[in-house]
Design a protein around this ligand. Structure first.
Ligand SMILES: [Fe+2]
Length: 289
């Protein structure tokens, strides 16, 4: 630098150049691109001192509200569509494979192992029972035996067990294994739309930008089998509201399923289910590793 005035581009160049000595090539790429895009963002919008302060405050609040049960950083990522983008970049899929979608903030590892056909609702009045069934297959259509389906969902009160101090820890979640013919089944409840937590910084962003916090009704699952890529996905209820405006951009048309109404006296009624119920069929197609 020689005596002239410092212009914004000089500052950007210096910030990018500061990472030149980084010995880890990938880290250098990430750091330099982050600096470049951050600077371009500020320059493009003409970011003011006041807006910069607001941004710092939002990040600070995001840190303060985040704990073991509340992950506001993931909510930011989800509500900006970043989680879906990262997933799409990581999982380009061959034809026929089941599409992935976001993990979301309510997954808690260690759900109980459950038997074929078992009910995941541990609390009464969790919702209208839904028999969810199907097969886990490979891309050639062969059954995958012994695949693990790690399932979790919310109840009619809109809450996941992890959010609900009244609920048993294992309410509305469970790990199932496919049988020799690749089939699985469990009793869930018909899922219900719910809002992402909107009493924090992300909620204030949604409110002030005229967006809503709702997610369409869905059931989460992670499907794992040795030799296959792990699939993190949802099935969505075709009758749900908000399918076209999911607050976290997670809906893919191929993941939408019909929840068929079934009568109380239907001979296929699962054991332990009384009154009205639904059934939803969904196969999951895994990609070899
Ligand atoms: Fe969810």
């Amino acid at each position: 630098m020689s005596g002239g005035r410092t212009v914004p581009a000089d500052i950007t160049a210096a910030a990018i150049a500061s990472f030149e000595g980084c010995g880890d090539e990938r880290l250098r790429t990430l750091a330099q691109a982050l600096a470049r895009h951050l600077h371009e963002f500020a320059a493009e919008v003409g970011l003011t001192q006041r807006e910069w302060e607001d941004g710092i405050r939002v990040l600070t609040q995001t840190g303060h509200i985040t704990d073991d049960r509340r992950q506001e950083f993931i909510l930011w990522s989800d509500s900006m569509g970043l989680s879906m983008l990262v997933d799409a970049l990581a999982n380009p899929l061959p034809e026929g494979a089941t599409e992935s979608t976001v993990l979301g903030p309510f997954y808690v590892p260690g759900a109980p192992q459950r038997e074929y056909g078992e009910n995941i609702a541990e609390e009464p009045d969790a919702g209208t029972p839904a028999w969810v069934y199907g097969r886990v297959l490979d891309t050639e259509g062969n059954p995958v035996a012994g695949a693990e389906l790690d399932v979790w969902q919310n109840g009619e009160n809109q809450l996941y067990a992890v959010q609900d101090p009244e609920a048993e820890e294992d309410h509305l979640r469970g790990v199932f294994r496919t049988r020799e013919d690749g089939t699985f089944a469990f009793v869930a409840v018909r899922p219900t739309p719910y809002t992402i937590p909107h009493d924090g910084p992300v909620g204030r962003m949604l409110q002030s930008t005229g967006r809503h916090p709702w997610r369409p009704a869905h059931i989460h699952m992670i499907v794992r089998a040795p030799g296959y890529r792990t699939l993190t996905t949802h099935i969505f209820d075709a009758e749900s509201e908000y399918l076209d405006s999911d607050a976290v951009f997670a809906v893919k048309p191929s993941l939408v399923r019909q929840f068929e109404p079934r009568a109380a006296d239907d001979p296929d009624r699962p054991a332990g289910v009384e009154g009205e119920w639904f059934s939803a069929e969904s196969d999951f197609v895994l990609v070899p590793e």
